[in-house]
Design a protein around this ligand. Structure first.
Ligand code: BGO
Length: 263
């Protein structure tokens, strides 16, 4: 049978190491990523050796500011894997989903693994996983690395994962700028488009625009900055946060056990 290559991605402390250990057992290959002293771990799924799991450095964003972000980003933009398993801490979805929005833009299959779900009831957090999956356009699986729960379903889901079904919709005015950018640059990958908007050096090198395209991009970005009264990078960061605030309002309910009103 042909190998299936899965990449594990998530914030630091989301439970990636615990998950990799459960999935691969002690049968792990440990080395370094080329050119940097960042540890590289991978292994085969204990229940099916045709599934190869590649751990990626824990990161908060795909902006290439740290060696870990660079390693993870280069890998995710390569063809070295079939699907991404995004491990997130279910007790802190708003922060963890920031990275998820970027993973989805790449356009390859993404499976959201909500980890630490053993802590949800105790913390009086309820997450509507169906709504979350529907909103993001990717499958969501509940796991607990502590209790060794949900991993069979996670792998079954990852094996049949398809590219995301929807794209995350930001503010209309920003979406309009992205559409214009797409026409000007002939790019249709959303990750590339947003990175061109942000002036990301690596992506600009990869897509190698003509001088007239570069001029068009500058014009579109300048107009957008004038509309938003903000700079290009901050505009994107704010769009992500605003999207996530609304999403979390829609899918998460936090209740208090007993509340005493002392005022
Ligand atoms: C410590 N549930 C719970 N409750 N905890 C979990 C789960 C889960 O599903 N999954 C992971 N953890 P990593 P990264 C720790 O190490 O796998 C815990 O960075 C401690 N250590 O046990 O390392 C996990 O690889 C002392 O917690 O994450 C670990 O992504 C006291 O989350 C932490 C308490 O998991 C991070 C916890 C000395």
């Amino acid at each position: 049978a042909e190998n299936i290559r899965l990449a594990l991605v998530g914030n630091p402390n989301s439970g990636k190491t615990s998950s990799l250990n459960l999935l691969t057992g002690s049968n792990q290959y440990v080395g370094n990523w080329p050119g940097v002293t960042v540890e590289r771990k991978s292994g085969r799924y204990v229940k099916n050796k045709t599934i190869i799991i590649q751990d990626l450095p824990g990161i908060y964003s795909l902006s290439p500011f740290t060696p870990e972000e660079n390693v993870t980003r280069d890998y995710l933009l390569s063809d070295d894997y079939d699907a991404v398993i995004n491990i997130i801490d279910a007790t802190n979805i708003e922060r963890n989903l920031y990275l998820t929005t970027q993973l989805i833009e790449i356009g390859k299959p993404v499976i959201l693994a909500l980890n630490m779900t053993d802590l949800l009831a105790r913390n009086n957090i309820f997450i509507d996983m169906e709504k979350l999956a529907y909103s993001l356009g990717v499958p969501v699986v509940s796991i607990s690395a502590l209790k060794n729960k949900g991993f069979d379903e996670l792998i079954v889901t990852a094996k049949k994962a398809a590219p995301p079904e929807v794209h995350l919709h930001f503010d209309e005015r920003f979406e309009a700028s992205l559409s214009e950018l797409s026409v000007a640059t002939q790019l249709d990958n959303r990750f590339d488009l947003i990175k061109v908007f942000e002036n990301d050096a690596k992506i600009l090198k990869k897509v190698s625009l003509s001088q007239s395209q570069v001029d068009d991009v500058s014009e579109i970005v300048k107009i957008t900055e004038d509309i938003f009264l903000d700079d290009r990078q901050s505009i994107v960061v704010n769009e992500r946060y605003q999207y996530l605030t609304k999403l979390v309002e829609l899918v998460e309910r936090k209740t208090q056990g007993i509340r005493l009103n002392i005022s």
